[in-house]
Design a protein around this ligand. Structure first.
Ligand SMILES: NC(=O)c1ccc[n+]([C@@H]2O[C@H](COP(=O)([O-])OP(=O)(O)OC[C@H]3O[C@@H](n4cnc5c(N)ncnc54)[C@H](O)[C@@H]3O)[C@@H](O)[C@H]2O)c1
Ligand SMILES: O=C(O)C(=O)C[C@@H](O)[C@H](O)[C@H](O)COP(=O)(O)O
Ligand SMILES: [Zn+2]
Length: 363
């Protein structure tokens, strides 16, 4: 018997089409319905690590009568390149993909970012469905319609806002995820806790060791709460004209680190260091109380996320941060907290304060 399915609605305001995020188990039966009757062809974009899943999905869709192709892409950030996007476009062209056909992105956030970007750009936009298979992709990447790829100059510099037609979070997928990747996803869950839903922090703090695995007692609740935070924010501001920037908490430094590491670090690990930095920045800018700033350190450390990065890299990180999407002209902008669950923008902080905050993070 299948377990209960939770449905979270996203969008439906300001002229955007609403869609649902489904959270549960054995959800793949929903895929055919979501794809719809208008589609003749379906392309399943999946990473190498999920070759079997990708092929099983393709075969199942073929059995349902679709002309289904599987497009295998590299694992992780190696998939988020212009070359891999071009490879996908070629596969779509060769299979005669039209505007009524549908892309399915199955994998972690790197795969769903790429699949969504390919869907946004093919024929100027076709429908796509996200099937996230990492905790990070479930709680963040697959929801909200930010799609994109990296360039040598920076993280996610090319992309489009192109929401999916639906998101299927099958919790069973998490069982095969290496612990390192599971824990990396906790960074975005903790982010949702600090910016909007402190119950998330309480649940993790009640048993940090258990929070490190999908078998933990609060897994489904942590995932659902984080999705609800994201859904509420992006429903109010799809294109990041204001409110949505709060989802970038910790990301200004995180993306600078990822670029500096040539995209070999996991995103969640970089976000962890980035949130530690943002907390210290908030504290030194006189915005954030000591207890909440210290709480960042303890909770991130308790689940095994990193807090530090190389001190000598600061000048390069500052250069990298200049292309952050929140920058305006020469003005660096950061999301900081005025208090727990009170995110705000800090514009053009004094370089001495920035360096002092990094002094707490650098090793
Ligand atoms: N669009 C957004 O709003 C948004 C939000 C947050 C993060 N992101 C992006 O998401 C990406 C990070 O995503 P991620 O943390 O999911 O990493 P990832 O996509 O790089 O996946 C990590 C690794 O796990 C493998 N994998 C995926 N599912 C698996 C499973 N069930 N079992 C075993 N292996 C599996 C992948 O192939 C990869 O090797 C970054 O590129 C980040 O920029 C986007
Ligand atoms: O959805 C958003 O908006 C976010 O900022 C969520 C982030 O977790 C995510 O990493 C996003 O891809 C970052 O976006 P970017 O615009 O800074 O590239
Ligand atoms: Zn992120």
């Amino acid at each position: 018997m299948s377990e209960a399915v939770t449905r979270v609605q996203v969008g439906g305001t300001a002229g955007t089409d609403p869609y649902e995020v489904l959270i549960g188990r054995q959800l793949l039966g929903e895929l055919g319905t979501l794809i719809g009757e208008k589609a003749k062809r379906v392309a399943v974009i999946h990473p190498e690590a999920l070759a079997d899943t990708g092929e099983a999905l393709r075969a199942d869709l073929a059995e349902q009568g679709f002309e289904a192709v599987a497009i295998q892409v590299p694992n992780a950030e190696e998939a988020k390149t212009a070359e891999v996007a071009a490879y996908c476009w070629k596969a779509l062209g060769q299979s005669g993909f039209t505007r009524t056909d549908v892309i399915v992105g199955v994998g972690g956030g790197a795969t769903t970012d790429l699949a969504g970007f390919v869907a946004a750009t093919w024929l100027r936009g076709v429908r796509w469905i996200a099937v996230p298979t990492t905790v990070l992709a479930m709680v963040d990447a697959a929801v909200g319609g930010k799609t994109g790829i990296n360039t040598a100059e920076g993280k996610n510099l090319v992309g489009a806002f192109h929401p999916p037609a639906g998101v299927l979070c099958d919790l069973a997928a998490l069982d095969s995820l290496p612990v390192h990747d599971y824990v990396s996803g906790l960074a975005e869950i903790i982010k949702a806790g600090f910016i909007a839903d402190p119950v998330i922090l309480d649940l993790i703090e009640s048993d940090p060791e258990a929070a490190r695995t999908p078998a933990g007692p609060h897994t489904a609740e942590l995932i659902e709460r984080s999705i609800r935070v994201k859904a509420e924010v992006v429903s109010g501001d799809l294109k990041e004209s204001g409110l949505r920037e709060i989802l970038n908490y910790g990301h200004t430094l995180a993306h600078a680190i990822e670029k500096n590491e040539r995209y070999k670090w996991r995103h969640g690990a970089a976000v962890s260091v980035g949130m530690h930095f943002a907390a210290e920045l908030g504290r030194l800018a006189g915005r954030l109380d000591d207890a909440t700033a210290d709480r960042h350190r303890t909770i991130l450390e308790s689940v095994g996320l990193p807090l530090s990065y190389r001190y000598d890299q600061w000048p390069k990180l500052v250069e990298n941060m200049k292309v952050d999407k929140k920058s305006r002209g020469d003005l660096l902008r950061f999301i900081v907290l005025d208090g727990l669950a009170k995110p705000t923008v800090l514009e053009g902080p004094d370089p001495a304060v920035l360096l002092a905050a990094y002094g707490e993070v650098g090793e």
